[in-house]
Design a protein around this ligand. Structure first.
Ligand SMILES: [Zn+2]
Length: 298
């Protein structure tokens, strides 16, 4: 998904929604350092520790996940706004191990604009994401007028498994859902799937027209839940497979509203209002508005 300035304005509103709905249940232990605007969580299983940094609402509640192997770290996604990227980097530095690999899950700028603030990092990404960055990354930065740079592509990920830091990782590109390509990263030893924007945990989704493909991808994650029960989303706190039916219900609810309003972008606010009424515990309605602006375009 992508985020613009409206999100900053929406931060206060969504926080109020959040408080009304009560705290969001997160998988794992809260490990937020004092003074952080974002939050951090740690999940531990099979001798592996997975850290999740969730940026503040002003940063779209975007996540950075860090798989801690015995000898180093695998970092997935680099945040959107500068302040959140700097916090995420501070958190990663505090673990005290070298970063063995930076992974970018997909092309949307809320997951890579922030890499600029990590220093000179090269990222591994799927082929479509790598091509997008090379072709459109610089123009996107210029258009948004943000302080960022296109991260160097250090490697292209294809489907398959790879041992990094003595730990097995599986990479699985999923096509045509929230984004044209999302590389799902599985850490089987920890029973974890880093799904990024396939899952929004109690956060409004940047919807697309590919709802059927998206739901099918969620069903596949659900089916693998026996061995991979920990689901690490692109927006919001760590989740579990038990949280997926609610997201499927969300997508199924918005699907007919999109289908009935193609070419009628002016209907987006009414759809956002209706979805907020049906899903009152979801934060950041402007993300849904943003998705609809694209999905409804005739
Ligand atoms: Zn996103």
């Amino acid at each position: 998904m992508t985020i613009d300035r409206r999100l900053v304005l929406a931060g206060g509103v969504s926080t109020a929604f959040h408080l009304l709905a009560g705290p969001v249940r997160a998988q794992g232990r809260d490990a937020t350092p004092q003074g952080f605007a974002g939050r951090a969580f740690v999940n531990e299983r099979g001798g592996l520790r997975i850290h999740t940094y969730v940026g503040p609402p002003q940063g779209g509640l975007v996540t950075t996940h860090v798989v801690e192997t015995p000898v180093g770290l695998v970092v997935v996604d680099g945040q959107f706004v500068a302040a959140a990227a700097q916090e995420a980097k501070r958190y990663v530095d505090s673990i005290g191990k070298p970063v063995l690999r930076y992974v970018l899950s997909h092309q949307h700028p809320d997951h890579w604009f922030g890499f600029h603030h990590w220093g000179r990092v090269g990222v591994h990404a799927g082929p479509a994401t790598a091509a997008f960055l090379r072709q459109n990354g610089a123009a996107l930065i210029a258009e948004r007028r943000v302080e960022s740079s296109v991260p160097e592509i250090a490697g292209v990920l294809s489907a398959g498994s790879e041992t990094i830091g003595g730990v097995e990782f599986r990479f699985r590109p999923v096509m045509n859902t929230e984004a044209p390509e999302i590389v799902v990263v599985e850490a089987p030893a920890a029973g974890a799937t880093i799904v990024q924007d396939l899952v929004y945990n109690k956060v409004h989704a940047v919807v697309s027209r590919q709802i059927d493909e998206w739901v099918a991808a969620l069903r596949a994650i659900e089916a693998a839940g026996g061995t991979l029960p920990l689901v690490l989303p692109g927006h919001g706190e760590p989740a579990g497979i038990a949280d997926l039916p609610r997201l499927v219900a969300y997508l199924e609810a918005v699907k007919p509203m999109i289908a009935a309003n193609i070419g009628k972008e002016s209907e987006a606010p009414a759809i956002v209002a209706e979805m907020s009424r049906r899903f009152p515990d979801h934060r950041l309605p402007p993300l849904l508005q943003l998705g609809l602006a694209r999905a409804l375009r005739g």
